[in-house]
Design a protein around this ligand. Sequence first.
Ligand SMILES: [Zn+2]
Ligand SMILES: [Zn+2]
Length: 352
Amino acid sequence: MSAKRTMRAAMFHGPKNVVLEDTEIPLINDDEILVKVKAATTCGTDRKLYLRPGKKYPSYFKPPTIFGHEIAGEIYEIGKNVSGYEVGQPVFVHDSGPCLKCFYCKIGRHSLCENITWNWGTWTEYLRVPKEIIQCGNMVPFDTKKLSFAEAALTEPLSCVLMGVERSNIGLGDTVVINGAGPIGLFWTNLVRNKGAKIIQVDIKQDRLDLAKKLGADIVLNAKDEQDIIQAVKDHTDEGRGADIAVEAIGYPETWETTIKMARKGGLVNLFGGPPPTSSISINTSLLHYNELTIIGVFHTTPRYVQAAINLLANRKINTDIFITEHLKLDELDKILDNLVNQKGIKTAIIP
Ligand SMILES: [Zn+2]
Ligand SMILES: [Zn+2]
């Protein structure tokens, strides 16, 4: 390998400070793989990081660092100790890999892994894939006859929503309220529709509610037009009793609180959207006790759901054309960031 190799990368220096730079192509060791990025997709998490004031980032995100975390590409170079892969093979690469050794990995709760390896930095030309992601199966080969690279990159957010849906015990004929119709809320719509439940979707942006309708939401409610959104949701449930399952897919403490009040007695509340780490909510004790609510939190995903998500995509069970609204070159960074910040479209596919 030649000593000096460079690539273009969107480098994150701080809030609202992401610039195109030349940087060195990562070197891999004998246990790693180098992937040539063919598509990276934008995500609400990127938006939060881009806009977040101050310097509070997750421990694995240390500026300056290459931005982005959703990606599919082609294997470019394979470490000596890695077998079972070929150069040129199309792969989805997840943004993390559990250790498979800690207590939580052993009990199957990989999203709670004590030593999870994160691997961000996809808005560029090449990505180093660490051993932990390869060995747990979070780098998944796929067939380009069934999926485009941009579609395969959707595996990351879809795998998170898939775990959220599976933990919610949704039955045929249930009524599910989904608060939020951004990319994550809309993945919920797509999957809950596949489950045969009635969907009430709530947002404050009409264009997103229109997409929810296209994806199969039965009732869409614009919270801006409703005096009492909790009552409005209940009015669309049988006998006005509330939703069997109430989901929050935004990540605001205030909507966590309203979501809890939308569930029927004995219902399940899935607080799925991730609010800022230091925030808290208050819950009426009778609601929790006498109404016997089940309130769950679901974070991230596991290798099992990564595999299931790419299967769903390859089997065409996800309306990918609704989720990928624009394809842009990495050089068009200003436009990519404008789409991200101003929530134009749902997801932009970045093609280096
Ligand atoms: Zn994401
Ligand atoms: Zn672990």
